[in-house]
Ligand binder design. Structure first.
Ligand SMILES: *Cc1c(COP(=O)(O)O)cnc(C)c1O
Length: 434
């Protein structure tokens, strides 16, 4: 197991946290993790997170800090910035935003004044993020929002988005999503933004790794500002990067991150981001990204052949959305729970063009992604097995009875058998850390 030395010292110092850590590592080893925003960070990334860089303060930016003692941190931040610029082809990068939500808030506050600025983005129930102007996020309260959505075929229609942008005249036009299985037309978004005088923002949190690995088109040079988390397909630590093209934009973004919203940067995270960027520039990572997409396509084809309703009919990226209410008359939440009972972890998710029963906490769909299992080495053959395990689990719920309004498994022995098969399949593909 990874970090043997660190873990044994943790055991001595704090047994409660040690036991939880081991339990979580074991869960991640024995379960099939299909949450598209999760992954397994490499040993290099994990090692970098636990070093003395966590002990250092350094408010400011390289060579412009408010503290002394920055000879190593300055070099570290410059190195990580350079790797980000090189990998994504943008001339400016900020690596200090603490995660995806603060990164987006930094971009908005860099360009907009609260209660004046206008943002146009994808609606939440069609795959947008909370930070894209949802009313439960400050972004939906501090700015005027106009949301676009998918068409009846579950695809975005760029002509409709253009017409809406011409009418609404946003200051920032956002593309990039948490649950859209299709390729994003960055060129079209960039052109619309230019036409209406908006800054274009691509929040590529989900697909940053696919872009780095060449499995999704790059936003460069079409999009002005690109924000993303570093822990999803990119497979780094929890953190974020903001890229930009224009020196004035870059300056505004730096000031918005610090001192606008944050204090000292987390240098251990910046070190780990640096490691993940080095890894993402490798040939191995190119193969990984291509395999992530291949695996998602196979999973969607297999499920489609078994009669499941796949949103948009398939996928171009790392995730698929299944309308399980249309497929099996079960709500997404019950399916996600049933899958957890056999050790397959996904999330229930809203889907576009849903039934009128769909609510955010009671959606019609589930969301499945391949980044984690592809890191573990799952390929075509294993994807067919995963699809069959999912199908058997859902059928075992579907044919079960209703108790207290909840559909239960038809046959507990089938559940147990599937759970054993899941554990065996997962355990035969160790992640980096095992
Ligand atoms: C995950 C995600 C975020 C938020 O990232 P956190 O690290 O959870 O704050 C923002 N935007 C998109 C599109 C995401 O997928």
């Amino acid at each position: 197991m990874l970090d043997q030395a660190i873990l044994s010292s943790l055991k001595e110092i704090d047994n409660e946290i040690f036991e939880l850590t081991v339990a979580e590592e074991t869960r991640q080893h024995e379960q099939i993790r299909l949450i598209p925003s999760e992954n397994y960070a490499s040993e290099g990334v994990r090692s970098a997170l636990g070093t003395g860089f966590t002990n250092k303060y350094g408010e400011g930016y390289p060579h412009r800090r408010y503290y002394q003692g920055q000879i190593n941190t300055d070099k570290l931040e410059i190195l990580t910035i350079d790797r980000a610029k090189k990998l994504f082809g943008y001339p400016y990068a900020n690596v200090q935003a603490l995660s995806g939500a603060p990164a987006n808030l930094a971009v908005y506050t860099a360009f907009l004044k609260p209660f004046e600025g206008k943002i146009m983005a994808m609606r939440l129930d069609h795959g947008g993020h909370l930070t894209h102007g949802s009313p439960v996020s400050v972004t939906g309260n501090w700015f005027e929002i106009s949301h676009y959505g998918c068409q009846e075929d579950d695809f975005l229609d760029m002509e409709k988005i253009r017409a809406q942008a011409l009418e609404f005249k946003p200051d920032i036009l956002v593309c990039g999503y948490t649950a859209y299985p299709r390729t994003i037309d960055f060129k079209a978004f960039g052109e619309i933004a230019k036409e209406v005088g908006a800054v274009s923002l691509a929040d590529v949190s989900h697909i940053a790794g696919l872009i780095a690995g060449g499995a999704h088109p790059s936003p460069f040079p079409h999009i002005d500002v690109v924000s993303f988390t570093t822990h999803k397909t990119l497979r780094g630590p929890r953190g974020a990067i903001i890229l930009s093209k224009d020196p004035e934009h870059a300056d505004k973004i730096d000031k918005a991150v610090f001192p606008g919203l944050q204090g000292g940067p987390h240098f251990n995270t910046i070190a780990a981001i640096g490691v993940s960027l080095k890894e993402a520039a490798s040939e191995d990572f190119r193969n990984y990204s291509a395999q992530v997409v291949k695996n998602a396509v196979i999973l969607s084809e297999e499920l489609k052949n078994k009669g499941y309703h796949i949103i948009s009919g398939g996928t171009d990226n790392h995730l698929i959305l299944v309308d399980v209410r249309k497929s099996s008359k079960l709500p997404g939440k019950r399916v996600a729970e049933a899958l957890e009972e056999v050790g397959i972890i996904c999330n229930f998710n809203t889907v576009p063009n849903a039934s009128d029963r769909q609510k955010p906490l009671f959606p019609d769909g589930i969301r499945l992604g391949t980044p984690s299992i592809t890191t573990r080495g799952f390929k075509e053959e294993e994807m067919k097995k995963v699809a069959a395990l999912i199908d058997r689990t859902i059928k075992n719920v579907k044919t079960g009875k209703i108790e207290k309004g909840i559909s239960v498994f038809a046959d507990e022995s089938v559940t147990k058998k599937i759970a054993d098969e899941v554990r065996e399949l997962a355990s035969s593909f160790p992640a980096f850390s095992w």
